[in-house]
Design a binder for this molecule. Structure first.
Ligand SMILES: Cc1cc2nc3c(=O)[nH]c(=O)nc-3n(C[C@H](O)[C@H](O)[C@H](O)COP(=O)(O)O)c2cc1C
Length: 263
């Protein structure tokens, strides 16, 4: 075919388009399993970080062998039967966005500012033998610019914070983005969610915690210049630990104390 004709130019352009689209589609399809595997590894890594079990260079899959994953019906706190949904294949983010797999949150209960929450949630338990050591819960809620997604780890008393981490947000670096600062995340460790009467007290305050304050055990330093993000973090922790996961945590507490009495 002569090259310097309109037909020739269009044919070359068309062939090039087809070849490129085949290449791009093949790459997208071919790399999907790798992307899924990377996503799963990223999730596992963040769960281990929240639990304080991750070290640089550690074998994530090896460490994760100690983590039991359960899929919980948030309404009842019971495990979701395998034939209804399986923790292995459950896409929690997608579930939180679909009308069939999520529920609307009443405005006055929606302190995390998320409007809807998934019906089922994964939870991650670290056991030593029969004994629960730590539990890691997925949490999310509104900051200033974005929804923050993370994990909070609790000790076996289900009240002491063992760690917290956020793996996705779009808060401003240096302001709300300081939620990622190691020293700030470390300052959560050992704080108590609720007081002796079971009232949810955990709070990221404005300014620095005064250790002489009787509530200091429930307080975390505010992020300077980022009161809105700080408040968002307080509220999302309070919502998930004090409301959304409450039926499950109550059941787990009852099971643990039955286990302790029998043991
Ligand atoms: C460009 C820009 C980015 C900001 N990013 C954040 C943020 O990520 N989180 C936040 O809480 N406040 C952010 N702020 C500040 C808020 O608008 C608000 O002033 C602040 O939360 C009040 O906190 P303060 O009382 O500690 O000053 C930002 C402000 C500007 C101008």
């Amino acid at each position: 075919m002569p090259r310097d004709t309109v037909g020739g130019t269009l044919s070359v352009a068309a062939i090039l388009c087809i070849v490129c689209s085949v290449l791009v589609s093949a790459a997208a399809v071919g790399l999907r399993p790798q992307q899924e595997a990377n996503k799963a590894r990223f999730e596992k890594k963040n769960i281990l970080i929240a639990a304080g079990l991750y070290e640089d260079g550690a074998d994530i899959d090896e460490l994760f062998k100690n983590v039991q994953i359960r899929l919980i019906d948030l309404e009842t706190g019971d495990d979701v039967p395998e034939d209804v949904a399986s923790a292995d294949s459950y896409d929690q983010l997608a579930a939180s966005k679909s009308a069939e797999t999520s529920v609307a949150i009443e405005a006055d209960a929606d302190i995390a500012g998320i409007k809807r929450r998934e019906k089922y949630s994964k939870v991650y338990l670290i056991n030593e033998g029969e004994q629960l050591k730590k539990i890691i819960l997925p949490v999310n809620g509104k900051g200033l610019w974005s929804t923050l997604y993370g994990f909070i780890a609790l000790e076996a008393d289900l009240n002491t914070v063992a760690g917290i981490t956020f793996y996705q947000h779009a808060e401003t670096p240096g302001l709300g983005g300081e939620v990622d600062r190691e020293s700030w995340k470390a300052s959560w460790v050992g704080k108590l969610l609720a007081n002796d009467s079971g009232e949810m007290k955990i709070e990221v305050i404005k300014g620095a915690v005064d250790e002489n304050n009787p509530n200091a055990i429930h307080q975390i330093d505010g992020l300077s210049g980022a009161t809105i993000t700080s408040r968002g973090v307080s509220n999302l922790v309070r919502y998930w630990c004090g409301d959304a996961f409450a039926p499950f945590l109550e059941k787990l507490k009852a099971q643990s104390s039955r286990g302790a009495n029998n043991g």
